[in-house]
Design a protein around this ligand. Structure first.
Ligand code: NAD
Ligand code: UD1
Length: 342
C-alpha cells in the first residue's frame, strides 16, 4: 500500500498552487513542486518558506516534458497523489494565442497522466473552472448543469481536459475535478497572494492596484444587466478556502478504496455578489479611496453565476469559511506589501 505523504503539485509556484502547498504542509503532507515559472517567479516559493519554515521541494521544469516528470517521479517517489494546477489561465490571451493554450493546457494534462501511469500513481486532483458552464440556465449552478459552448479557447481547454479525465479514469485513475468559481484574496499573513503579469484582467487585482494608485480608475463593466444593481454577479471565494478544499479532496481520495473513480465538485461559497457590491465592500472595509466609473459591458462576460456547493460541503466535509470582507482585506494587505517591496 502506498502510504507516502508526498504530493506532486504542478504549478505550485503560482497563485492557487502556492496557497495549497502551505495547507498541505500544515496538514502533514510533503508537497513536491513542479513549475516552469512561465507565469510566475520564486516570490511565492519564498512566501511558502516564510509561512511554514520549510524550504519548498521545488523542481523547475515543464509538465509537457515527460522525461523531466519521470525523473521527478523516480527521484522523489513514491508519490501519493498529483494536484495539477499548471496551466495558462488568461482568458483574453487565450483568444490571441489559442494554439499555445491548447498545447499547454491539454499537453500538460496528457503528459502528466502518462507519466503517472508509467510510475503507477493513480490519484489526481484537477483545477477546473466554473467557466465550463458558460451562462447556466439555472442558478445556483449544480455539477449536473450541461456545458454550454465555451466563450474562449481557455474555457474550451477546461472543458476538453474534463472530457479527457472522464475518458481515462476507467483505465485505472482516481480523479477529482474541482470547478473553482472566482478565487480572490491572499494569505492572511500577507506573505503570499496574486501576482498578475501586466495589467490585471481580473476584478480584485484591478481594484487593489487602483487603490494603490498604480491604475487611475477602475471601470465597472456594465450596470445594465438583469441583476439587482445591474452589475454582474459572481461567487468570490477566498484563496485559502480554495487551498483547503484540495486537502479535503485528497483526504476523500485516501478514504475511498475504489480502484477507479471520477468525481466533480463545485468550489464556491454559494453566495452571489455583484461587482458593485464588491467595490463598495472594499471601500467600506479598507477605508481606502477607490475611483471607479461605469463603462460598457465586457464582451464574453456572463451575467450571473454562483455555485451550489452542497456536494463539496457534504462529500468533502468542506465549507468556505472566509468572508468577502476578509478576502478583500487580505488582498489589500498583500498589495501594500508588494508595493512596499517595490
Ligand atoms: P497561476 O498562473 O498563478 O499559476 C499557474 C502556474 O503554472 C504558474 O506558476 C505557471 O508558471 C505554471 N505553469 C504553466 N504552464 C506550465 C507548464 N507547462 N509546466 C509547468 N508549469 C507550468 O494560476 P492560478 O490562478 O494559480 O491557477 C491555477 C489553476 O487553476 C490553473 O489551472 C487555472 O486555469 C485554474 N483556475 C484558476 C482560476 C483563477 O481565477 N485564478 C479560476 C479557475 C480555474
Ligand atoms: C474570468 C474568466 C474565467 C476565469 C476567471 C479566472 C471570462 C468570461 N471568464 O472570470 O473563465 O476562470 O476569469 O481567471 O473571462 N470586472 C469589472 N472591471 C474590471 C475587471 C472585471 O467590472 O476591471 C467585472 C467583470 O465584468 C466580471 C467580474 O468583474 O463581471 C469578474 O471578472 P473577472 O475577475 O475577470 O472574472 P470572470 O470574468 O468572472
Amino acid at each position: 500500500m502506498n502510504t507516502s505523504k508526498k504530493i506532486l503539485v504542478t504549478g505550485g509556484a503560482g497563485y492557487i498552487g502556492s496557497h495549497t502547498v502551505v495547507e498541505l504542509i500544515s496538514a502533514g503532507f510533503e508537497p513536491v513542486i513542479v513549475d516552469n515559472l512561465s507565469a510566475s517567479d520564486t516570490t511565492l516559493l519564498e512566501g511558502i518558506e516564510k509561512i511554514t519554515g520549510k524550504k519548498p521541494n521545488f523542481h523547475k521544469g515543464d509538465c509537457r516534458d515527460k522525461s523531466f516528470l519521470n525523473q521527478v517521479f523516480k527521484t522523489q517517489g513514491p508519490i501519493q497523489c498529483v494536484m495539477h494546477f499548471a496551466a495558462s489561465k488568461a482568458v483574453g490571451e487565450s483568444v490571441e494565442k489559442p494554439l499555445e493554450y491548447h498545447q499547454n493546457n491539454l499537453g500538460s494534462l496528457m503528459t502528466v497522466l502518462d507519466a503517472m501511469r508509467e510510475n503507477q500513481v493513480t490519484d489526481f486532483i484537477f483545477s477546473s473552472s466554473c467557466t465550463v458552464y458558460g451562462q447556466p440556465d439555472t442558478i445556483p449552478v449544480t455539477e449536473s448543469a450541461p456545458f454550454k459552448r465555451a466563450e474562449s479557447p481557455y474555457g474550451a481547454t477546461k472543458q476538453i481536459c474534463e472530457r479527457i479525465l472522464e475518458d481515462v479514469y476507467p483505465t485505472g485513475f482516481r480523479i477529482v475535478s474541482l470547478r473553482y468559481f472566482n478565487p480572490i484574496g491572499a494569505h492572511p499573513s500577507a506573505l503570499m497572494g496574486e501576482l498578475p503579469i501586466g495589467i490585471p484582467n481580473n476584478l480584485v487585482p484591478y481594484v487593489t492596484q487602483t487603490a494603490a494608485g498604480v491604475r487611475k480608475k477602475l471601470t465597472v463593466f456594465g450596470n445594465d444587466y438583469n441583476t439587482p444593481d445591474g452589475s454582474c454577479v459572481r461567487d468570490f471565494i477566498h484563496v485559502v478556502d480554495l487551498a483547503l478544499v484540495h486537502v479535503k479532496a485528497l483526504e476523500y481520495l485516501l478514504r475511498d478504496k475504489h480502484n477507479r473513480l471520477y468525481d466533480v465538485f463545485n468550489v464556491g461559497t454559494g453566495k452571489g455578489v455583484s461587482v458593485l457590491e464588491l467595490v463598495n465592500t472594499f471601500i467600506r472595509t479598507t477605508g481606502v479611496k477607490l475611483p471607479f466609473v461605469i463603462g460598457p459591458r465586457r464582451p464574453g462576460d456572463i451575467e450571473k453565476v454562483y455555485a451550489d456547493p452542497s456536494r463539496a460541503n457534504e462529500a468533502l466535509n468542506w465549507q468556505a469559511k472566509y468572508s468577502l470582507e476578509d478576502a478583500l482585506k487580505h488582498a489589500w494587505a498583500w498589495e501594500q506589501k508588494i508595493r512596499k517591496a517595490g
